[in-house]
Ligand binder design. Structure first.
Ligand SMILES: [Zn+2]
Length: 263
């Protein structure tokens, strides 16, 4: 029988708070782990939640903002020192970041021969679909970073060589569908793939809760887990739940570091 659970390792947005680490999620499908984003301190959170580093099959980074990536080097280091890992690991990052990620790890002396296992750093793109016996994942580009560059006069029209790639993930298990928003410019960026979602893990930092709840109330989504909280909403779960209720949304949970979701 298929087993599936999801553990939130970190639920903060751009900066950690007193109770939240940066965003990272572990999916356990039939005892294989898939990590969605690797915010700091995902390695420590895995250990404290008794999650085995050796079970991580693949890691997917939605975009290269520091709050989604900074935990990755320590996760790799922990796989070496704690787990004595030997099995290969796949790390998927936006295409434009591959060379820099390799250099970043090499700068920390996490070079190939120091790992003890094969680390394949692979491009994540809209044209690519991840597929194995447990899960398939498609990747949907959004304007999270592009919009930031457009709106900031200091950045606008500069750095034309940067692709500014950012993705949302659509995950299909045997008979269940999960969407992870990543970071978005607006909720409508999920239009093309949100229909029929069993569980939506959605960020709450780049638009108001009202905007999100209004949007989701018109969609066929069975359950919502909010995460990646803007610091303004860090400790206001009751207010957020009440607000969601005004839009007729009942099956919703405010994510917490360590929260385990079964379904
Ligand atoms: Zn973020």
């Amino acid at each position: 029988m298929e087993t599936f659970l999801c553990r939130l390792l970190g639920t903060a947005s751009g900066i950690p708070t007193k109770t939240r680490n940066n965003v990272s999620i572990v999916l356990d499908v039939n005892n294989d782990y898939y990590i969605l984003d690797a915010g700091e301190q995902c390695a420590a959170s895995m250990l404290r939640n008794s999650l085995d580093y050796n079970k991580v099959k693949a890691i997917f980074i939605s975009h290269m903002d520091v709050d989604h990536f900074a935990g990755l080097p320590m996760l790799v280091k922990s796989m070496i020192l704690w787990a004595r890992r030997q099995t290969p690991l796949q790390l998927f990052v936006p295409r434009e970041a591959i060379a820099d990620v390799k250099n970043c790890l090499a700068m920390m002396y996490l070079v190939d021969k120091a790992l003890g296992f094969r680390l394949d750093i692979l491009p994540l793109s809209e044209e690519f679909e991840y597929r194995d016996d447990n899960i398939s994942i498609t990747f949907h580009g959004n304007r999270h970073i592009k919009n930031r560059f457009c709106r900031n006069p200091a950045l606008k029209d500069r750095y034309p060589d940067l692709q500014k790639e950012s993705f949302s993930f659509c995950l299909q298990l045997k008979n269940r569908k999960m969407v992870y928003s990543g970071d978005l410019a607006c909720p409508e960026e999920m239009d093309a793939f949100i229909g029929g979602t069993d569980i939506l893990l959605c960020e709450l930092a780049h638009f108001t809760p009202e905007t999100l709840f209004q949007y989701v109330s018109t969609k066929n989504v069975k359950k919502i887990i909010c995460l990646h909280f803007h610091p303004d909403w860090d400790e206001r779960d009751a207010e957020l739940l009440e607000l969601a209720g005004k839009y007729g949304i009942r099956n919703i949970e405010m994510g917490r570091d360590g929260l385990q979701i079964n379904f």
